[in-house]
Design a protein around this ligand. Structure first.
Ligand SMILES: Nc1ncnc2c1ncn2[C@@H]1O[C@H](COP(=O)(O)OP(=O)(O)OP(=O)(O)O)[C@@H](O)[C@H]1O
Ligand SMILES: [Mg+2]
Length: 255
């Protein structure tokens, strides 16, 4: 069974998609068969692989059809990396599943059939706390929360963690908080040690910080991961090091 990571934060623009794409690509580069699931109607994660994605096979199928086939995902140009892309119809899921008794379990049930093909599943979530992120939490083993200093609110983090706690108590006893990661980090405007202490009082904070770099934005324009656009660059190394920290934490988790 795959280890599943949900990349969540209800705040927009904090680096969820960039983190999801690079964790998934980094795992695949370590020869671990990985599925990247894009649950955001904006489709930013999918657009990096737009040549490979087959929109008729998308995450929407999982929510529309309880019996969705296990082999929905598409291979990508990165060996061992597979994609379940987002499509615009994902916007309908919220209304579609309102009142459905199994509305929070669709992704979990599909992964029950499809997940055994993969070592890891990484889920990119939209910036809200609606039915799609809750599906991601119900289906996941670990939550990873990207944080950005300038868009940062302790109340937001607390809200996210309390949703996670509810999901953990009621729906998914396997879910645990892996940690938070500072993204788009600029040492010149570093958040103060006091802020770090506030975060660490709520959840573990990874030592690796992802620097702000124009290379990330250039790579997006080129529809490339940073491993392709600037291999050996600072951000590529930081995502590699974050991945090592995350895997280390996962291996140490008590069973
Ligand atoms: N390390 C970085 N350096 C510079 N720019 C970055 C970095 N990480 C992300 N960005 C850029 O910041 C923007 C927001 O990042 P991203 O899309 O990953 O955030 P998000 O949390 O997924 O946003 P949303 O909530 O809208 O889904 C994007 O334009 C992205 O290219
Ligand atoms: Mg995003």
């Amino acid at each position: 069974m795959a280890t599943t990571l949900a990349i969540v934060n209800q705040k927009g623009g904090v680096g969820k998609t960039t983190t999801a794409v690079h964790l998934a690509a980094g795992l695949a580069r370590s020869s671990l068969r990985t599925l990247l699931i894009d649950l955001d109607v904006q489709g930013n994660a999918s657009s990096i692989f737009s040549e490979e994605a087959r929109p008729e096979l998308s995450a929407f199928e999982v929510f529309r059809n309880r019996e969705a086939a296990a082999d929905l995902s598409s291979p990508t140009r990165i060996p061992e990396l597979f994609l379940l892309p987002a499509v615009l119809q994902l916007a309908e899921v919220e209304t579609m599943l309102t009142g459905a008794v199994d509305g929070f379990f669709r992704l979990d049930e599909w992964l029950g059939r499809a997940g055994s093909d993969f070592a890891y599943v990484v889920i990119d979530c939209p910036p809200n706390l609606g039915v799609l992120p809750v599906n991601a939490l119900v289906a996941s083993d670990f939550l990873v929360m990207p944080l950005q200093a300038s868009r940062f609110s302790l109340d937001g983090i607390k809200g996210m963690l309390s949703t996670c706690e509810i999901v953990n108590k009621r729906y998914n006893a396997d879910l645990s908080v892996a940690g938070a990661v500072m993204t788009q980090f600029n040492p010149r405007t570093a958040i103060g040690q006091a802020m770090v202490e506030h975060i660490e009082a709520l959840l573990p904070l990874y030592a690796t910080r992802i620097s702000r770099s124009v290379a990330v934005e250039e790579a997006v324009v080129m529809k490339q991961t940073i491993f392709e656009y600037q291999p050996g660059g600072k951000v590529a190394e930081e995502y590699q090091s974050l991945l090592a920290e995350i895997r280390d934490g996962i291996e140490k988790r008590p069973v």
